[in-house]
Design a protein around this ligand. Structure first.
Ligand SMILES: [Zn+2]
Length: 88
């Protein structure tokens, strides 16, 4: 198996592990300002995964694993919510 287009690591044939660029966002979780959590998103496929999954972590603590379809729905939901304010 060669790397899919989104993999940035250039694995050898036969490897079934792939990783895309990690994206991160600083978030204001509790409003106290005492700690600014870092929200991480990454796309990866491990040897036991039959499809690529989007992983969400907060401060490197796993929060959720989403299929590509679930990630699209989550992203559209966030845009829809934010869009209600931006569109005012
Ligand atoms: Zn790869």
């Amino acid at each position: 198996m060669t790397c899919p287009r989104w993999c940035i690591e250039g694995h050898n044939d036969g490897e079934r592990r792939h990783l895309a660029e990690i994206r991160d966002v600083c978030v204001t979780a509790d409003g106290t300002g005492a700690h600014i959590p870092q929200l991480y998103f990454d796309l990866r496929q491990g040897p036991d995964d039959d499809q690529p999954m989007i992983h969400i972590e907060i401060d490197e603590r796993p929060v959720a694993r989403l299929t590509v379809g679930e990630a699209v729905k989550a992203g559209l939901s966030l845009i829809g919510l934010a869009g209600q304010v931006i569109g005012q």
